[in-house]
Design a protein around this ligand. Structure first.
Ligand code: S6P
Ligand code: ZN
Length: 189
């Protein structure tokens, strides 16, 4: 079968795009209404054109015996109110599924949290590779002035669940204070 033969894609470290790819997904401010804490800023940004927050480029590398998905993400620099652009964040549906993230461009943080309330943030610069263990929700925040690009590998069997993060957020948010990226406690908690 064709899918059981090796295949390579060509990745651009600057743009985060690779070819060939199976699909790409765009997320705008209107896709993340519940995620950002300043609802007034959310509404006015949507009215002012609903800017792009991040894009995902994806290839599943499905074979007849297994899969190993590749997803690259490019988060634009920017803020909604004082809160930096970020991914939605999710848990994996399957309780035994980890993930590897590799930051190739930009700067920011990987936020991770368990359902028991343990929280950990990893500072990211180009070259940081992080292992996300099973059962840790994960979100990436771009605190820099250029796009943040990272590469993810995971099994399609992982699945994604967004509702818990949508309702509760992560323990801490990253906002700009006096020109600096600062952690503040999430006011939903
Ligand atoms: C999938 C992996 C990434 C994210 C992507 C966007 O397991 O973690 O490819 O899907 O970074 O984030 P999110 O939270 O919108 O899926
Ligand atoms: Zn994931």
């Amino acid at each position: 079968k064709k899918e059981d033969y090796p295949i390579s894609v060509q990745f651009d470290f600057n743009t985060g795009v690779f070819e060939p790819q199976e699909k790409s997904v765009e997320r705008k401010v209107s896709d993340m209404v519940k995620m950002f804490h300043d609802k007034t800023a959310v509404e006015s940004m949507i009215k002012a054109g609903d800017p792009l927050v991040y894009e995902i480029f994806y290839y599943g590398f499905k074979t007849s015996a297994s899969d190993m998905a590749l997803g690259t993400t490019r988060i634009q620099p920017g803020k909604v109110g004082d809160e930096y652009y970020m991914t939605k964040g999710h848990f994996h549906e399957a309780f035994d599924q980890p993930e590897i993230y590799f930051c190739v461009k930009g700067e920011g943080y990987l936020l991770m949290e368990t359902r028991e309330g343990e929280f950990q943030a990893e500072k990211w610069t180009p070259g940081t590779i992080s292992h996300i263990p099973p059962m840790w929700a994960h979100r990436v925040v771009n605190t820099g002035k250029e796009p943040l690009v990272f590469v993810a590998t995971y099994h399609l069997a992982a699945g994604h669940t967004y509702t818990e993060v949508e309702e509760k957020g992560f323990l801490k948010c990253l906002v700009e204070k006096d020109g600096k990226a600062t952690f503040v406690l999430n006011d939903k908690r």
